[in-house]
Design a protein. Sequence first.
Lengths: 95, 430
Amino acid sequence: MAKKVPVDDKLGYNNFHTDESYAHIEINSDFKDEEEIRKVVLACPAELYKYENGELAFNHEGCLECGTCRVVSGGKVVKSWNHPYGEMGVTYMQG
Amino acid sequence: MSEEKFDAIVVGGGLAGLTAAYCLAQAEMEVLVIERGTFCGSKNVTGGRIYTHSLEKVMPGFAEEAPLERKVTKERVALMTEKGVVNIEYASGKPDTPETASYTVLRSKFDKWFAEKCEEVGVMMVPGIRVDSLIKDGDKIVGIDAGGEEMYADVVILADGVNSLLAQSIGLKPELKPEQVAVGCKEVIQLGEDVINQRFGLEGNDGLSMLVAGDPTVGNIGGGFLYTNKDSVSIGIVATCSDIGRVDVSIPDMLERFKNHPSIEPLIKGGLPLEYSAHLVPEGGFDMIPKLYDNGVLVTGDAAAFVINLGYTVRGMDFAVESGRLAAEAVIRAKAADDFSAASLAYYQKLVENSFIYTDMKQYRNFPKLLERHEIFNDVPEIADVLFDRLFRVDGKKPVSLPMFAIDEIAKRTSASKLLELVMVALDAL
């Protein structure tokens, strides 16, 4: 795919009000099952799960709040999942 | 506000919640809608297309003034391989009535408008607040807690969507299972009205709905969709969560794959991307419907899994609206009897069971099983591709009998027993 648009660029189309003081999703960074990690990395529409050199990193900035990571990981990779506080997170203008 | 008691608190200002609130306010009840987004619609995503029959009952003639996009007059279903496509297009040409019409829609605009209509009839709207938990008194739900602020009501209507952590928190429904939900991932791309009309063969306010199986999800359960809005298109993919990881292509890459397909790329070329969104879709069907009520609480819309995906038709919003209306009806009756116990609110369950929500979802109860068959997303598009290629390719060589060729191609991919099994699953589903 020559014309693949990077997800980071796509997130730039959206309005976000990131809550710097509250991460609505927390991950188990010591969870090491690579197959489970791979699924969450492939699942996230915002590509917020990065697995490099045996380390899983996650940042909630840019989260589209879909809940897919929670469902796919079944409590393994994702430790806790909540909606962001009111007015925080993504504000869709199209929907 | 903390001392005031409402007749009803609705959690979530989407279609189910707003419809419930609208109907309750019209019955002179004091109703509060709490929405976590900055405004109603700001957390909502649809494909999407709304079938208007249920909202027409609540607000006759609403389509005249609502910010709907285009009236769907063309249906396109496509089977896609990596390079090829078989499109089936249908336009009935018959006039629609308000009850049979359907429209493409963008929820951030539509729900915002609907919330304003709710305010006009007296609904109290509180956007920008996340409800953290439900307040219990014994075994009865009596209110909500939002950041330490408590608000009370005779009944709480849960309309908080597919990720209804609140319904889960009181044991009305279990956590979603990967095979029950699909992730939808879409872009809204602005093209301008004229360009859309030219590229899709449309006129005026006519619109096209397109659903695709095959290549967009690389054979995973799911598919692609494209809906023409007024001056933009909504283009996306939907992929069942239990299939994620089956192929080494990520969800966002599936969308790019779809957008770059030779049959799609010319349709969206030169467009200005406006938004990138994602949302879960409850697709477990009838067997996924949770218990719909308990003491002082009702569950509606996506939170109640009221969605059916038939591949060629996807419905959720018309169910959400109907469930909101029926929830309001049950609450009005409970108020008259001053009884908000589970026994009283069970009337909502009864109303749902007697509505098209139940009959339609029950009819297609086994459809999710059919859509679990990977043949539909792999072999069927491939077989269609080779057959049509055979049909239309002229190369001056000795012709091959088409029926024999077809049988051969099908046999390459499946066995008679597997084919029969698929037919049996299909018959069961339909």
